[in-house]
Design a binder for this molecule. Sequence first.
Ligand SMILES: Cc1cc2nc3c(=O)[nH]c(=O)nc-3n(C[C@H](O)[C@H](O)[C@H](O)COP(=O)(O)OP(=O)(O)OC[C@H]3O[C@@H](n4cnc5c(N)ncnc54)[C@H](O)[C@@H]3O)c2cc1C
Length: 363
Amino acid sequence: MDSFMYLGVLVVLFLLWIKVKGLDYVIVHQRWIFVCLFLLPLSVVFDVYYYLRAWIIFKMCSAPKLHDQRVKDIQRQISDWRKEGAKTHMCTGRPGWLTVSLRVAKYKKTNKNIMINMMDILDVDIKRQVVRVEPLANMGQVTALLNSIGWTLPVVPELDDLTVGGLVMGTGIESSSHIYGLFQHICVAFELVLADGSLVRCTEEENSDLFHAVPWSCGTLGFLVAAEIKIVPAKQWVKLCYEPVRGLENICQCFTEASQNKGNTFVEGLQYSLDSAVIMTGTMTDHAEPDKINRIGLYFKPWFFKHVEGYLKDDRSGVEYIPLRHYYHRHTRSIFWELQVNRHRHMHTLDLEFDTVMFHNCK
Ligand SMILES: Cc1cc2nc3c(=O)[nH]c(=O)nc-3n(C[C@H](O)[C@H](O)[C@H](O)COP(=O)(O)OP(=O)(O)OC[C@H]3O[C@@H](n4cnc5c(N)ncnc54)[C@H](O)[C@@H]3O)c2cc1C
Protein backbone atom coordinates (compact mmCIF):
# COMPACT_ATOMS: atom_id res chain seq x y z
CA MET A 1 0.00 0.00 0.00
CA ASP A 2 2.87 2.32 0.97
CA SER A 3 4.61 1.85 -2.33
CA PHE A 4 1.38 2.77 -4.17
CA MET A 5 1.18 5.94 -2.09
CA TYR A 6 4.80 6.89 -2.88
CA LEU A 7 4.18 6.19 -6.53
CA GLY A 8 1.04 8.34 -6.46
CA VAL A 9 2.93 11.21 -4.80
CA LEU A 10 5.70 10.93 -7.40
CA VAL A 11 3.19 11.01 -10.26
CA VAL A 12 1.46 14.08 -8.78
CA LEU A 13 4.81 15.86 -8.31
CA PHE A 14 5.80 14.94 -11.86
CA LEU A 15 2.53 16.31 -13.29
CA LEU A 16 2.91 19.49 -11.22
CA TRP A 17 6.44 19.93 -12.54
CA ILE A 18 5.16 19.55 -16.15
CA LYS A 19 2.43 22.12 -15.39
CA VAL A 20 4.94 24.63 -14.02
CA LYS A 21 7.55 24.12 -16.77
CA GLY A 22 5.08 23.65 -19.61
CA LEU A 23 4.68 20.55 -21.81
CA ASP A 24 6.72 22.12 -24.66
CA TYR A 25 9.67 22.70 -22.36
CA VAL A 26 9.62 19.14 -21.04
CA ILE A 27 9.38 17.56 -24.52
CA VAL A 28 12.19 19.72 -25.94
CA HIS A 29 14.60 19.87 -23.00
CA GLN A 30 13.89 16.58 -21.21
CA ARG A 31 13.45 14.39 -24.23
CA TRP A 32 14.49 11.25 -22.32
CA ILE A 33 11.17 11.27 -20.45
CA PHE A 34 9.17 11.01 -23.67
CA VAL A 35 11.67 8.54 -25.16
CA CYS A 36 11.85 6.21 -22.14
CA LEU A 37 8.19 6.27 -21.11
CA PHE A 38 6.51 6.26 -24.51
CA LEU A 39 8.76 5.96 -27.53
CA LEU A 40 10.88 2.95 -26.50
CA PRO A 41 8.00 0.76 -25.27
CA LEU A 42 5.93 1.64 -28.34
CA SER A 43 8.88 0.88 -30.65
CA VAL A 44 9.40 -2.52 -29.03
CA VAL A 45 5.73 -3.42 -29.46
CA PHE A 46 5.75 -2.18 -33.05
CA ASP A 47 8.95 -4.10 -33.93
CA VAL A 48 7.75 -7.34 -32.35
CA TYR A 49 4.41 -7.08 -34.14
CA TYR A 50 6.10 -6.32 -37.46
CA TYR A 51 8.61 -9.15 -37.14
CA LEU A 52 6.07 -11.76 -36.02
CA ARG A 53 3.63 -10.77 -38.72
CA ALA A 54 6.26 -11.11 -41.47
CA TRP A 55 7.47 -14.42 -40.07
CA ILE A 56 3.99 -15.95 -39.77
CA ILE A 57 2.93 -14.81 -43.23
CA PHE A 58 6.09 -16.14 -44.80
CA LYS A 59 5.89 -19.47 -42.94
CA MET A 60 2.28 -19.96 -43.99
CA CYS A 61 3.29 -19.17 -47.58
CA SER A 62 0.22 -17.00 -47.89
CA ALA A 63 2.02 -13.87 -49.06
CA PRO A 64 2.14 -14.56 -52.81
CA LYS A 65 -1.62 -15.23 -52.89
CA LEU A 66 -2.37 -12.05 -50.98
CA HIS A 67 0.07 -10.15 -53.15
CA ASP A 68 -2.12 -10.47 -56.25
CA GLN A 69 -5.13 -9.25 -54.29
CA ARG A 70 -3.15 -6.30 -53.00
CA VAL A 71 -2.06 -5.36 -56.51
CA LYS A 72 -5.70 -5.51 -57.61
CA ASP A 73 -6.62 -3.23 -54.72
CA ILE A 74 -4.10 -0.63 -55.93
CA GLN A 75 -5.47 -0.90 -59.45
CA ARG A 76 -8.98 -0.36 -58.05
CA GLN A 77 -7.87 2.78 -56.21
CA ILE A 78 -6.32 4.14 -59.40
CA SER A 79 -9.44 3.31 -61.37
CA ASP A 80 -11.53 5.21 -58.76
CA TRP A 81 -9.18 8.18 -59.09
CA ARG A 82 -9.66 8.18 -62.86
CA LYS A 83 -13.45 7.91 -62.49
CA GLU A 84 -13.36 10.91 -60.14
CA GLY A 85 -11.73 12.86 -62.99
CA ALA A 86 -8.06 12.53 -61.97
CA LYS A 87 -8.29 16.00 -60.41
CA THR A 88 -5.15 15.85 -58.26
CA HIS A 89 -1.83 14.01 -58.49
CA MET A 90 -1.49 10.62 -56.84
CA CYS A 91 1.08 9.70 -54.20
CA THR A 92 1.77 6.79 -51.85
CA GLY A 93 -0.45 6.95 -48.79
CA ARG A 94 2.34 6.04 -46.37
CA PRO A 95 2.25 8.62 -43.55
CA GLY A 96 5.37 10.80 -43.18
CA TRP A 97 6.03 9.64 -39.60
CA LEU A 98 6.66 6.10 -40.85
CA THR A 99 9.44 7.10 -43.27
CA VAL A 100 13.06 7.54 -42.28
CA SER A 101 13.20 11.00 -43.82
CA LEU A 102 12.63 13.96 -41.49
CA ARG A 103 10.85 15.85 -44.27
CA VAL A 104 7.20 16.80 -43.73
CA ALA A 105 5.53 15.73 -46.98
CA LYS A 106 2.80 18.38 -47.22
CA TYR A 107 1.72 17.16 -50.67
CA LYS A 108 0.28 14.05 -49.01
CA LYS A 109 -2.51 16.24 -47.60
CA THR A 110 -3.74 17.43 -51.00
CA ASN A 111 -2.85 14.57 -53.36
CA LYS A 112 -4.85 11.39 -53.81
CA ASN A 113 -3.28 8.90 -51.39
CA ILE A 114 -2.95 5.40 -52.79
CA MET A 115 -2.67 2.93 -49.93
CA ILE A 116 0.06 0.38 -50.59
CA ASN A 117 -0.05 -2.14 -47.75
CA MET A 118 2.64 -4.42 -49.12
CA MET A 119 5.25 -5.41 -46.60
CA ASP A 120 5.97 -9.06 -47.30
CA ILE A 121 8.83 -11.14 -48.55
CA LEU A 122 7.22 -13.09 -51.35
CA ASP A 123 9.74 -15.68 -52.39
CA VAL A 124 13.37 -16.70 -51.95
CA ASP A 125 14.60 -18.40 -55.11
CA ILE A 126 17.91 -20.03 -54.20
CA LYS A 127 18.40 -21.42 -57.70
CA ARG A 128 18.25 -17.99 -59.35
CA GLN A 129 19.76 -16.36 -56.22
CA VAL A 130 16.99 -13.81 -56.11
CA VAL A 131 14.53 -12.66 -53.43
CA ARG A 132 11.17 -11.17 -54.48
CA VAL A 133 9.83 -8.61 -52.02
CA GLU A 134 7.05 -6.09 -51.67
CA PRO A 135 7.98 -2.40 -51.43
CA LEU A 136 7.33 -1.89 -47.73
CA ALA A 137 9.49 -4.82 -46.65
CA ASN A 138 12.27 -3.19 -44.69
CA MET A 139 15.96 -3.98 -44.26
CA GLY A 140 15.55 -5.35 -40.72
CA GLN A 141 12.89 -7.75 -41.92
CA VAL A 142 14.83 -8.81 -45.03
CA THR A 143 18.10 -9.53 -43.18
CA ALA A 144 16.26 -11.35 -40.35
CA LEU A 145 14.78 -13.77 -42.83
CA LEU A 146 17.62 -14.11 -45.34
CA ASN A 147 20.46 -14.36 -42.79
CA SER A 148 18.58 -17.08 -40.89
CA ILE A 149 18.65 -19.27 -44.00
CA GLY A 150 22.28 -18.49 -44.89
CA TRP A 151 21.74 -15.75 -47.47
CA THR A 152 21.94 -11.99 -47.59
CA LEU A 153 21.58 -8.95 -49.84
CA PRO A 154 24.90 -7.80 -51.28
CA VAL A 155 24.01 -4.20 -50.30
CA VAL A 156 22.15 -3.70 -46.98
CA PRO A 157 21.55 -0.01 -46.16
CA GLU A 158 22.08 0.16 -42.40
CA LEU A 159 18.88 1.34 -40.78
CA ASP A 160 16.32 -1.40 -40.06
CA ASP A 161 13.42 0.78 -41.14
CA LEU A 162 14.60 1.63 -44.67
CA THR A 163 12.17 0.04 -47.11
CA VAL A 164 12.82 -1.58 -50.47
CA GLY A 165 10.44 0.93 -52.13
CA GLY A 166 12.23 3.90 -50.57
CA LEU A 167 15.66 2.54 -51.46
CA VAL A 168 14.72 1.86 -55.08
CA MET A 169 12.64 4.99 -55.69
CA GLY A 170 14.85 7.16 -53.47
CA THR A 171 18.36 5.90 -53.08
CA GLY A 172 20.36 3.30 -51.16
CA ILE A 173 24.05 2.77 -50.52
CA GLU A 174 26.17 0.77 -48.10
CA SER A 175 29.69 -0.10 -47.09
CA SER A 176 29.73 -2.88 -49.72
CA SER A 177 28.81 -0.48 -52.54
CA HIS A 178 32.43 -0.23 -53.73
CA ILE A 179 31.87 -3.80 -55.01
CA TYR A 180 28.16 -4.03 -55.83
CA GLY A 181 27.13 -0.44 -56.55
CA LEU A 182 23.98 1.25 -55.28
CA PHE A 183 20.91 -0.58 -54.02
CA GLN A 184 19.31 -0.27 -57.47
CA HIS A 185 22.28 -2.13 -59.01
CA ILE A 186 21.43 -5.32 -57.13
CA CYS A 187 17.81 -5.22 -58.34
CA VAL A 188 17.02 -7.44 -61.35
CA ALA A 189 13.32 -6.69 -61.85
CA PHE A 190 10.68 -4.17 -60.83
CA GLU A 191 6.91 -4.59 -60.96
CA LEU A 192 4.92 -1.36 -61.16
CA VAL A 193 1.31 -0.27 -61.40
CA LEU A 194 1.21 2.68 -63.77
CA ALA A 195 -1.16 5.67 -63.80
CA ASP A 196 -3.44 3.91 -66.31
CA GLY A 197 -3.82 1.03 -63.84
CA SER A 198 -1.75 -1.46 -65.81
CA LEU A 199 0.70 -3.80 -64.12
CA VAL A 200 4.13 -3.80 -65.80
CA ARG A 201 7.24 -5.89 -65.11
CA CYS A 202 10.57 -4.50 -66.21
CA THR A 203 14.06 -5.98 -66.30
CA GLU A 204 17.30 -5.37 -68.18
CA GLU A 205 15.74 -7.15 -71.20
CA GLU A 206 12.00 -6.47 -70.79
CA ASN A 207 10.83 -2.81 -70.81
CA SER A 208 14.45 -1.90 -70.18
CA ASP A 209 13.89 1.87 -70.57
CA LEU A 210 11.48 1.77 -67.64
CA PHE A 211 13.83 -0.50 -65.70
CA HIS A 212 16.62 2.08 -65.93
CA ALA A 213 14.32 5.04 -65.26
CA VAL A 214 12.75 3.69 -62.05
CA PRO A 215 15.65 4.24 -59.59
CA TRP A 216 15.60 7.76 -58.10
CA SER A 217 12.27 8.51 -59.81
CA CYS A 218 10.63 9.06 -56.38
CA GLY A 219 7.37 7.46 -57.43
CA THR A 220 6.82 9.69 -60.46
CA LEU A 221 6.62 6.79 -62.95
CA GLY A 222 4.30 4.47 -61.11
CA PHE A 223 3.73 2.58 -57.88
CA LEU A 224 6.29 -0.10 -57.14
CA VAL A 225 4.51 -3.29 -56.07
CA ALA A 226 7.43 -5.75 -56.06
CA ALA A 227 11.16 -5.96 -56.70
CA GLU A 228 13.45 -8.87 -57.39
CA ILE A 229 16.82 -8.47 -55.72
CA LYS A 230 20.01 -10.51 -55.99
CA ILE A 231 21.15 -12.48 -52.95
CA VAL A 232 24.56 -13.86 -52.00
CA PRO A 233 25.65 -16.46 -49.42
CA ALA A 234 26.01 -15.06 -45.90
CA LYS A 235 28.51 -15.92 -43.20
CA GLN A 236 28.07 -15.66 -39.47
CA TRP A 237 30.52 -12.91 -38.58
CA VAL A 238 32.08 -9.76 -39.94
CA LYS A 239 35.75 -9.49 -39.16
CA LEU A 240 36.14 -5.73 -38.81
CA CYS A 241 39.48 -3.89 -38.72
CA TYR A 242 39.57 -0.37 -37.26
CA GLU A 243 42.31 2.04 -38.33
CA PRO A 244 42.53 5.57 -36.93
CA VAL A 245 43.88 8.00 -39.54
CA ARG A 246 44.92 11.64 -39.19
CA GLY A 247 45.28 14.30 -41.85
CA LEU A 248 42.74 14.89 -44.60
CA GLU A 249 44.99 13.62 -47.39
CA ASN A 250 45.86 10.47 -45.46
CA ILE A 251 42.19 9.87 -44.78
CA CYS A 252 41.28 10.16 -48.48
CA GLN A 253 44.19 7.98 -49.52
CA CYS A 254 43.51 5.28 -46.94
CA PHE A 255 39.82 5.22 -47.83
CA THR A 256 40.52 5.08 -51.56
CA GLU A 257 43.02 2.23 -51.19
CA ALA A 258 40.66 0.29 -48.93
CA SER A 259 37.85 0.69 -51.47
CA GLN A 260 40.04 -0.36 -54.38
CA ASN A 261 41.01 -3.55 -52.58
CA LYS A 262 38.15 -5.86 -53.58
CA GLY A 263 39.25 -8.29 -50.85
CA ASN A 264 37.44 -5.91 -48.46
CA THR A 265 33.74 -6.77 -48.50
CA PHE A 266 32.92 -3.72 -46.38
CA VAL A 267 34.60 -0.30 -46.28
CA GLU A 268 33.38 2.54 -44.10
CA GLY A 269 34.93 5.75 -42.82
CA LEU A 270 33.69 7.76 -39.86
CA GLN A 271 35.16 11.24 -39.72
CA TYR A 272 35.21 13.00 -36.36
CA SER A 273 36.85 16.27 -37.35
CA LEU A 274 38.30 17.78 -40.51
CA ASP A 275 41.48 15.77 -40.14
CA SER A 276 40.68 12.74 -37.98
CA ALA A 277 38.82 9.61 -38.95
CA VAL A 278 38.59 5.89 -38.41
CA ILE A 279 38.57 3.75 -41.54
CA MET A 280 37.02 0.33 -41.17
CA THR A 281 37.43 -2.65 -43.47
CA GLY A 282 35.54 -5.90 -43.09
CA THR A 283 35.11 -9.38 -44.49
CA MET A 284 32.54 -12.07 -43.78
CA THR A 285 33.73 -15.20 -42.01
CA ASP A 286 32.32 -18.27 -40.27
CA HIS A 287 35.12 -18.42 -37.71
CA ALA A 288 35.62 -15.91 -34.93
CA GLU A 289 38.36 -15.61 -32.32
CA PRO A 290 36.26 -15.85 -29.10
CA ASP A 291 38.16 -13.13 -27.22
CA LYS A 292 37.57 -10.64 -30.06
CA ILE A 293 33.81 -11.08 -30.40
CA ASN A 294 31.80 -7.89 -29.91
CA ARG A 295 27.98 -8.07 -30.13
CA ILE A 296 27.61 -4.36 -30.79
CA GLY A 297 23.85 -4.55 -31.35
CA LEU A 298 23.00 -5.46 -27.73
CA TYR A 299 21.03 -2.72 -26.06
CA PHE A 300 23.62 -1.97 -23.39
CA LYS A 301 26.51 -1.58 -25.83
CA PRO A 302 27.75 1.93 -26.63
CA TRP A 303 26.45 3.54 -29.79
CA PHE A 304 28.54 2.34 -32.72
CA PHE A 305 30.01 5.72 -33.69
CA LYS A 306 31.05 6.25 -30.04
CA HIS A 307 32.64 2.81 -29.92
CA VAL A 308 34.59 3.59 -33.11
CA GLU A 309 35.66 6.97 -31.71
CA GLY A 310 37.40 5.05 -28.93
CA TYR A 311 39.99 3.79 -31.45
CA LEU A 312 40.70 7.37 -32.48
CA LYS A 313 40.98 8.64 -28.90
CA ASP A 314 43.32 5.78 -27.90
CA ASP A 315 45.12 6.06 -31.23
CA ARG A 316 45.14 2.29 -31.75
CA SER A 317 44.08 -0.12 -34.48
CA GLY A 318 41.96 -3.12 -33.65
CA VAL A 319 40.15 -6.19 -34.95
CA GLU A 320 36.75 -7.43 -33.86
CA TYR A 321 34.28 -10.12 -34.87
CA ILE A 322 30.74 -8.79 -35.07
CA PRO A 323 27.63 -10.92 -35.73
CA LEU A 324 26.54 -10.23 -39.29
CA ARG A 325 23.15 -8.65 -38.45
CA HIS A 326 24.69 -6.56 -35.67
CA TYR A 327 27.14 -5.22 -38.24
CA TYR A 328 24.46 -4.51 -40.85
CA HIS A 329 22.31 -2.54 -38.43
CA ARG A 330 25.15 -0.98 -36.45
CA HIS A 331 23.83 2.57 -36.85
CA THR A 332 20.17 1.75 -36.16
CA ARG A 333 20.11 2.40 -32.40
CA SER A 334 21.70 5.85 -32.60
CA ILE A 335 20.53 6.65 -36.18
CA PHE A 336 24.20 7.30 -36.90
CA TRP A 337 24.76 10.26 -34.53
CA GLU A 338 21.33 11.86 -35.03
CA LEU A 339 20.09 11.12 -31.51
CA GLN A 340 23.06 12.79 -29.89
CA VAL A 341 23.33 15.64 -32.36
CA ASN A 342 19.62 16.45 -32.07
CA ARG A 343 19.94 16.57 -28.31
CA HIS A 344 22.63 19.22 -28.61
CA ARG A 345 21.47 20.85 -31.82
CA HIS A 346 20.64 24.16 -30.19
CA MET A 347 24.20 24.42 -28.85
CA HIS A 348 26.32 22.66 -31.45
CA THR A 349 24.85 23.49 -34.82
CA LEU A 350 28.24 24.38 -36.27
CA ASP A 351 29.87 21.24 -34.93
CA LEU A 352 27.57 19.11 -37.02
CA GLU A 353 29.46 19.40 -40.23
CA PHE A 354 32.83 18.60 -38.74
CA ASP A 355 31.91 16.47 -35.81
CA THR A 356 30.84 13.32 -37.54
CA VAL A 357 30.69 12.91 -41.26
CA MET A 358 30.36 9.49 -42.76
CA PHE A 359 31.34 8.61 -46.26
CA HIS A 360 30.96 5.51 -48.35
CA ASN A 361 32.67 4.76 -51.60
CA CYS A 362 30.65 3.72 -54.61
CA LYS A 363 31.84 2.15 -57.83
C1 LIG B 1 18.50 9.71 -40.90
C2 LIG B 1 18.68 9.08 -42.26
C3 LIG B 1 19.58 8.04 -42.40
C4 LIG B 1 19.75 7.43 -43.63
N1 LIG B 1 20.60 6.40 -43.71
C5 LIG B 1 20.79 5.79 -44.86
C6 LIG B 1 21.66 4.67 -44.98
O1 LIG B 1 22.24 4.23 -44.01
N2 LIG B 1 21.84 4.10 -46.18
C7 LIG B 1 21.17 4.56 -47.24
O2 LIG B 1 21.36 4.01 -48.30
N3 LIG B 1 20.34 5.60 -47.19
C8 LIG B 1 20.13 6.23 -46.03
N4 LIG B 1 19.28 7.30 -45.97
C9 LIG B 1 18.58 7.76 -47.18
C10 LIG B 1 17.37 6.85 -47.42
O3 LIG B 1 17.81 5.65 -47.95
C11 LIG B 1 16.41 7.45 -48.42
O4 LIG B 1 15.91 8.64 -47.87
C12 LIG B 1 15.27 6.47 -48.69
O5 LIG B 1 14.62 6.91 -49.84
C13 LIG B 1 14.33 6.43 -47.51
O6 LIG B 1 13.60 5.26 -47.56
P1 LIG B 1 12.18 5.11 -46.87
O7 LIG B 1 11.96 3.65 -46.79
O8 LIG B 1 12.05 5.89 -45.62
O9 LIG B 1 11.24 5.66 -48.05
P2 LIG B 1 10.25 6.89 -48.22
O10 LIG B 1 10.84 8.14 -47.66
O11 LIG B 1 8.91 6.44 -47.80
O12 LIG B 1 10.24 6.97 -49.81
C14 LIG B 1 11.29 7.55 -50.56
C15 LIG B 1 10.72 7.93 -51.95
O13 LIG B 1 10.31 6.74 -52.62
C16 LIG B 1 8.96 6.83 -53.00
N5 LIG B 1 8.34 5.50 -52.80
C17 LIG B 1 8.44 4.70 -51.72
N6 LIG B 1 7.74 3.57 -51.92
C18 LIG B 1 7.19 3.66 -53.14
C19 LIG B 1 6.35 2.80 -53.92
N7 LIG B 1 5.94 1.63 -53.47
N8 LIG B 1 5.97 3.22 -55.15
C20 LIG B 1 6.37 4.42 -55.62
N9 LIG B 1 7.16 5.27 -54.95
C21 LIG B 1 7.57 4.89 -53.73
C22 LIG B 1 8.33 7.85 -52.05
O14 LIG B 1 7.22 8.47 -52.64
C23 LIG B 1 9.50 8.83 -51.87
O15 LIG B 1 9.56 9.73 -52.93
C24 LIG B 1 19.05 7.91 -44.76
C25 LIG B 1 18.15 8.97 -44.62
C26 LIG B 1 17.95 9.54 -43.38
C27 LIG B 1 16.95 10.66 -43.24
